[in-house]
Design a protein around this ligand. Structure first.
Ligand code: V47
Length: 363
């Protein structure tokens, strides 16, 4: 018999048992309940219905091709203006060289960067083609909706044309970055130069319609309200009802330490991070996977999050620069053995996947 300290959670339990969709008011209750373990039980139930005892991970590698950015969002510690002494851009040869150093069989190559003002459109296409040539078995997850918009601007092409070019060059799916919080109020304050939330969703829609699935993120723990978090989740849920193209949702806890907002905003707590994972699992009933991104959450908390609705521990992650610049504590790679141990010790069955969440059977 399941039991809750917060009596309000029984009504939500009832809805989950009967596959009744949770609404905005339910979401607020979940954000406000002091019964974190009760919330975790609910989210775990929802996770188990979808995935049983499986927890996914991918053998992957990140490539941050350049940190030069013309947006310079206030929460970001990664971007540098053109000409800055810490600005960098990698040539295609340099990227291939880094990838070749990777141990093991890479299944996913995650490619993102800033909005570079002068790298030509061809660079992006040639980069994908070159990676695909060298690593035909790896899937390329590249360029957020924000970068896709930038590529459309620099090439004078439509979003659809850009996506088709990239697909032809080897793109498998889009990463979930750049969504931040869709609220216009927040975007005006934190990232006024960035595309709107509506545009982000429109680009994701077009990708899905062309058979390019994508992930979605939400950056939380800065100036946003609980209501704004819920509006973000519900906007994703609505689009997912129409396209079915989102693979995974990743709540990203804001790391203020090295951003323009350092000193103004305290980092999130473990309690808040677990709550965010659980609410995401419960509200996003149509997005199959919820990722506990250990690079930002910390390995130990990400492991605990597997009992709060997360079914995906991301990957082994070699070389991720956004976290390095942001001051994340977990700035290293995990081996396949380490990631599997984390999953097994939490009581789950590790399942290696590719970027599209297809299970890999190791022969
Ligand atoms: O869009 C930037 C966020 C995102 C900070 O799709 C910050 O599988 C916290 O999207 N504190 C990029 N967050 C990372 C991302 C991602 C990561 C892992 C997996 C996937 C996936 C996507 O990082 C940005 C922004 O929201 N970010 N600065 C910061 N200081």
């Amino acid at each position: 018999m399941i039991s809750f300290i917060d009596q309000d959670l029984y009504q939500i339990y009832e809805k989950i048992q009967t596959n009744t969709r949770l609404d905005f008011e339910d979401g607020l209750k979940l954000f406000k309940t002091p019964d974190l373990l009760g919330l975790g039980k609910l989210a775990h139930l929802a996770k188990e219905k979808l995935h049983g005892s499986k927890v996914y991970y991918v053998f992957n590698r990140h490539v941050n091709y350049s940190n030069v950015c013309i947006n310079l969002c206030k929460f970001c510690a990664f971007g540098r203006p053109p000409g800055h002494k810490e600005a960098y851009e990698l040539s295609i040869e340099e990227i291939l060289q880094k990838l070749e150093e990777s141990p093991g069989k890479i299944r996913e190559i995650h490619v993102v960067g800033g909005l570079h003002p002068s790298l030509p459109y061809d660079y992006y296409l040639e980069l994908l083609k070159a990676i695909k040539r060298k690593f035909p078995e790896a899937q390329i997850k590249a360029f957020t909706c924000v970068e896709i918009d930038h590529l459309a601007k620099i090439s004078g092409k439509s979003i659809r044309e850009v996506l088709l070019d990239l697909k032809e060059a080897g793109l498998s799916c889009l990463p979930g970055g750049g969504a931040e919080v869709f609220s216009e109020r927040i975007r005006k304050k934190l990232c006024p130069e960035k595309i709107t939330g509506r545009r982000w969703l429109e680009i994701a829609r077009q990708a899905h319609e062309l058979g390019i699935p994508s992930n979605a993120t939400m950056l939380y723990g800065h100036l946003e309200t609980q209501e704004e978090r819920l509006e973000h989740l519900l906007a994703l849920r609505e689009l997912q009802d129409q396209t079915g193209g989102f693979l995974c949702f990743i709540p990203l806890p804001f790391l203020p330490q090295k951003s323009y907002l350092r000193g103004e905003i305290a980092p999130t707590t473990g309690f808040e991070d677990l709550r965010m994972i659980a609410v995401s699992r419960l509200m996003l009933d149509n997005i199959p996977h919820i990722k506990a991104y250990w690079v930002f959450m910390g390995i130990k908390l990400a492991q605990v999050a597997l009992h709060f609705g997360a079914d995906d521990l991301h990957g082994t992650v070699l070389e991720e620069k956004i976290s390095e610049f942001s001051g994340a504590e977990e700035n290293r790679a995990l081996s396949r053995q380490e990631i599997e141990r984390l999953i097994r010790e939490a009581g789950f069955k590790p399942v290696e996947r590719d970027a599209l969440y297809q299970e890999i059977s190791i022969s």
